[in-house]
Design a protein around this ligand. Structure first.
Ligand code: N2P
Length: 347
C-alpha cells in the first residue's frame, strides 16, 4: 500500500514538473519581425531576446511593395514591420496597422522633433521613426571623370552596361520623373507614360536592376553608377575609396522608415517593448553604426563619432535636400505605377 502511494506521489510530482516546464516554454512569446535586408545589427536582436526573454523570428524584404503584399496576404502574423512614409499612409488607410500606445514607448522622447508627426502619420498614432535618408547616385570616380549633377547621366550611352538601377518601382519611376522635371507623386497618366518611355529607352544601358546586391557590385567595381539609398552609399564608400555620392540638381526623394505593428500581430505588448528597445539611444547607436543609415534619434546623433555627424551623405545640409519630395500614397492611382513598372521590366 505504502509503495503504491509512493509511486502515485512520484508520478504526480513528475506530472506537475512537466506541466510547469511545459507551460514555461509556451509562455515564451516569439515576435515576428519583418525588416528590410541589411537594416539591423543582428546582435541587437540577441541582446533583446536575452534581456526580455522574448524570442524573435527575423525575416527580411527588399521593397515596400514586397512587404505590403506579404502582410496583406496574412500568412505570417507579423508583429513589427518597417515600412516607409507612403506605405505607412497606405497601410493606415487600409486599416492594416494597430495603434501604438506612446505611453509604452518611453524612448519616443529621444526622437528628433523633425521626424515626429509627419504628414503620413500626423500624431505618430501608428508609427515610430527608425531611419531616414535620400536617394542619390553613387559613382566610381575611376570611371566617371565628370561631375555628377543630373539624373541625365544615367542615360549617357558612354556608361552602357555600367549603370545599376534600383529594383524598386517607386524609386526608379521617381528617377525618370525627376529627370523630366516632374513630381515623383504625379497622377498625370501622360507624365507617367513619358517616364515609362524614358526607362525603356534607358534599359539597354542598364547592367542590372538590384536592391541589396548593389553593395557587392559597386564595392567590387562591376559597375560605375548606381541609384542607391544614402545609408547604403555610406557603407559602400567606407569599403571603396573611389566611390562618391551625389544628389542630382533636379531634386530627389527624401524618405522616412518607421516601425509599425500590423493588425495581424498577436503580441502588441511585446512588439511595443521591441520598438522601445530599438529606440533606446545606446541600442540605436550600435544599430546606426552598424548599418550606416541616418538615425532619427537625436540622443544617438550626439553619441556618433564626429566624422559621422559631419558626414554630408548621412546628414546633408538643408540646402542639398531643399528640392526633395517625400513619396505620397497615390491611392487607387497606384495601379498606373504598377502597370508601367511591369511594362518596363517586361520590355
Ligand atoms: C536597407 C534598406 C533601406 C530602406 N537596406 C530605404 N528606405
Amino acid at each position: 500500500m505504502k509503495k503504491t502511494k509512493k509511486i502515485i506521489a512520484s508520478f504526480l510530482v513528475i506530472v506537475i514538473l512537466l506541466l510547469f516546464t511545459g507551460c514555461k516554454g509556451e509562455d515564451k512569446v516569439t515576435l515576428n519581425v519583418f525588416n528590410w535586408g541589411d537594416y539591423i545589427d543582428e546582435t541587437v536582436i540577441s541582446e533583446f531576446e536575452k534581456e526580455f526573454g522574448i524570442n524573435v523570428n527575423y525575416e527580411t524584404f527588399a521593397t515596400n511593395e514586397d512587404m505590403y503584399v506579404k502582410i496583406k496576404q496574412g500568412a505570417t502574423n507579423y508583429d513589427v514591420a518597417f515600412p516607409s512614409d507612403y506605405m505607412i499612409e497606405k497601410m493606415i488607410k487600409e486599416d492594416m496597422l494597430k495603434e501604438i500606445d506612446l505611453g509604452n514607448i518611453d524612448n519616443f522622447k529621444y526622437i528628433d522633433g523633425q521626424f515626429k508627426n509627419l504628414a503620413f502619420d500626423p500624431e505618430n498614432k501608428y508609427s515610430i521613426p527608425y531611419m531616414w535618408g535620400t536617394v542619390g547616385i553613387l559613382y566610381n570616380t575611376k570611371v566617371v571623370k565628370e561631375p555628377v549633377k543630373s539624373w541625365d547621366i544615367l542615360w549617357d550611352e558612354k556608361y552602357k552596361n555600367q549603370i545599376l538601377m534600383l529594383d524598386s518601382q517607386r524609386d526608379s519611376i521617381a528617377v525618370a520623373l525627376k529627370k523630366l522635371g516632374y513630381s515623383m507623386n504625379t497622377r498625370d497618366t501622360k507624365k507617367l507614360k513619358e517616364a515609362k518611355e524614358e526607362l525603356i529607352k534607358q534599359k539597354p544601358l542598364v547592367l542590372a536592376y538590384v536592391v541589396d546586391e548593389v553593395k557587392g557590385m559597386m564595392i567590387g567595381e562591376e559597375a560605375a553608377l548606381a541609384v542607391v539609398w544614402s545609408g547604403d552609399a555610406i557603407t559602400m564608400m567606407k569599403e571603396n575609396e573611389n566611390l562618391e555620392y551625389a544628389i542630382p540638381k533636379e531634386g530627389t526623394n527624401l524618405w522616412f522608415d518607421n516601425m509599425v505593428i500590423p493588425k495581424t500581430s498577436k503580441h502588441k505588448k511585446e512588439a511595443e517593448i521591441f520598438i522601445n528597445f530599438l529606440t533606446r539611444p545606446e541600442i540605436s547607436l550600435k544599430n546606426t553604426n552598424y548599418i550606416g543609415y541616418s538615425t532619427t534619434n537625436s540622443e544617438t546623433v550626439k553619441m556618433l563619432s564626429k566624422e559621422i555627424q559631419n558626414n554630408k551623405v548621412a546628414y546633408p545640409d538643408k540646402e542639398d535636400i531643399k528640392d526633395s519630395e517625400v513619396f505620397l500614397d497615390p491611392g487607387n492611382f497606384i495601379k498606373e505605377y504598377d502597370k508601367i513598372w511591369t511594362e518596363v521590366k517586361a520590355y
